[in-house]
Design a protein around this ligand. Structure first.
Ligand code: AMP
Ligand code: DBH
Length: 542
């Protein structure tokens, strides 16, 4: 008898969340089928003439809800027939943003198996780690993965010949044509709502990403709860521009939220303004999730003026700290609402509410979405800090894991004895409950004893008219221990104005930065190193 679920949740707590009505008995496949039923019925009733309006589309395909379910069934047939995937198996999914992606993961759930959500940016080191630790013996990827992807798969074939790599031709008008001809569907695999539903990945700021075990019940609760604080509805059009597999894209409220309410899903192949602006215009997109660097490139793209983006209603921005400077530009310049989202694949998700005062929306990262989320803000000795003071954020709740997948040593460090997850984030809490992320514990700079949070420095640099983006890190220094180094990306055509770093430092002082916080080193660069989902990788910058 085990006394915890796959996500480390003690059975007594699982029972409590069930009794409270937060967790239901539904699995992802059941949720998907019920949603398809609802939306198809609705469109049959409301359709007057003309073709069924699409549920999901990408560059090569446009499918209705029923076609989506059929695609998922055929995907499950292909996985079962070609790779023998069965209930309880883990399957690594590394697909670009496309309709077939959704069919593949739903197909895996149909079999009672579990996706391992790899990102397109993951290389053979990470993929091998997932295959070994999940463990998984099948990987689903695109038939034409591009040159880098091909090298990755070649390396994997050599290093792990036992890993079966299944290619899906996502650019075909019907990727499942051959399967449809092959005949019978495999049976729906057995799965319980409290079973492991998939393995999500942590951002992995150090070493390889950790595997995050989420159950059907806890995850679907998180999606439903997200929908209660967001304005996504049936008539909405969601643009998926961050990698589909990322927790933010998937669940906040994301692709699964769109499936639940019946919103249209438009898959964008990448995050560049050249790609997303025409898509927003063509499909009358109402909602999209972005990380701050993507928002900045949208705000600063001269092409914004050439496109009709008046359909936009709400942008969710999160994944990394959004500067107040950029946050304040969203509504005036893009004409839509901003909702800041501070979440983690491990669980806890915070949102600013749509009716919060502007100051809260632009200067905080929101508050927990569930009344059952517990947060504590503590000092280095795990003692609660005084209200309003910055400290380490710990959290526990109905959709936050109590342990990573199969790593007891790491779990002993990452969770408290009473089950709180140590997020590694430094936050302060307002009396209203809103959290302000001050930084990552590891990102704080200790400059000869003066503690410097990078964020306020970045905020000031961003106010400079020639600065597109700024990222501040600590670099080793013999005298001070650490010095501050600012990486800045100039706005197009304005690099010259940043050549004089003395002037940029003077600008920082004029804007009120403490003298010790004015960057010691300023480096003008064309781009920042990014993580798989497009967050700035400070680890690489250091
Ligand atoms: P991961 O564990 O890879 O899912 O990454 C989650 C982490 O991303 C959080 O613990 C934060 O450090 C960071 N993060 C996510 N959203 C925000 C946000 N809105 N503001 C600041 N940091 C964020
Ligand atoms: O960064 C994240 O992991 C994240 C950000 C916003 C997340 O997991 C989420 C919302 O659900």
């Amino acid at each position: 008898m085990t006394s915890t679920l796959a996500n480390g949740m003690p059975l007594s707590w699982a029972q409590r969340y069930r009794d409270l009505g937060l967790w239901t008995d539904e699995t992802h496949w059941e949720m998907f089928c019920a949603a398809v039923e609802r939306h198809s019925r609705h469109s049959r009733h409301s359709r007057h003439s003309g073709p069924a309006s699409p549920a999901a589309l990408d560059r090569s395909r446009s499918v209705s809800w029923e076609e989506l379910r059929r695609g998922a069934e055929l995907a499950s047939a292909r996985l079962a027939r070609e790779a023998g995937v069965r209930a309880g198996d883990n399957v690594i999914v590394q697909m670009p943003n496309c309709v077939a992606y959704l069919e593949v993961i739903a197909g895996i759930w149909r079999l009672g198996a579990r996706p391992v959500f790899a990102l397109p940016a993951h290389g053979s080191t990470e993929l091998r780690h997932f295959a070994e630790h999940a463990p998984a013996r099948v990987l689903v990827g695109p038939t034409r993965p591009g040159r880098r992807g091909q090298r990755t798969y070649d390396a994997l074939r050599e290093q792990m010949p036992e890993l079966q790599i299944l290619g899906v031709d996502h650019k075909a008008s019907d990727p499942w044509e051959a399967e449809a001809a092959a005949g019978e569907l495999p049976e729906v695999g057995a799965a319980q709502a409290t079973d492991l539903a998939f393995l999500q990945l942590s951002g992995g700021t150090t070493g390889v990403p950790k595997l995050i075990p989420r159950t059907h019940a806890d995850y679907l609760y998180s999606v439903r709860q997200s929908l209660t604080v967001c304005d996504l509805e049936r008539s909405s059009v969601l643009l998926v521009t961050l990698p589909a597999s990322h927790n933010f894209t998937m669940s906040s409220p994301g692709i699964l939220g769109a499936v639940l309410v019946g919103a249209r899903i438009v898959f964008a192949p990448d995050t560049s303004p050249f790609t997303i602006l025409p898509l927003i215009e063509a499909h009358r997109v109402t909602h999209a999730a972005m990380v701050p660097p993507v928002l900045l490139s949208l705000l600063n793209a001269p092409e914004v003026a050439e496109h009709d983006i008046s359909s936009l209603r709400t942008l969710w921005v999160g994944g990394a700290k959004l500067s107040a400077t950029a946050a304040r530009r969203v509504t005036p310049e893009l004409g839509c609402a901003l909702q800041q989202v501070f979440g983690m694949a491990e669980g806890l998700v915070n949102y600013t509410r749509l009716d919060d005062p502007e100051e809260i929306i632009t200067t905080t990262q929101g508050r927990p979405m569930s009344p059952y989320d517990e947060v504590r803000i503590v000092d280095d000795e795990d003692q609660d800090v005084a209200p309003g003071q910055p400290g380490h954020l710990l959290t526990r709740g109905p959709y936050t894991i109590r342990g990573y997948h199969r790593v007891p040593e790491i779990n002993a460090r990452s969770f408290t004895a009473d089950g709180f997850y140590r997020t590694g984030d430094i936050v302060e809490q307002l009396p209203s409950g809103h959290l302000r992320v001050v930084g990552r514990a590891k990102d704080h700079i200790n400059r000869g004893g003066e503690k410097i949070a990078p964020e306020p420095v970045e905020n000031v640099l961003l106010q400079h008219p020639a600065v597109h983006d700024a990222s501040v890190v600590g670099v080793a220094d013999e005298v001070l221990g650490e010095k501050t180094c600012a990486y800045v990306i100039p706005r197009p055509g304005r690099a010259e104005e940043l050549q004089n770093t003395t002037a940029l430092r003077a600008f920082c002082r004029e804007r009120g930065l403490a003298s010790f916080a004015v960057p010691d080193i300023i480096r003008v660069v064309e781009e920042f190193p990014l993580t798989g989902v497009g967050k700035v990788s400070k680890k690489d910058q250091r």
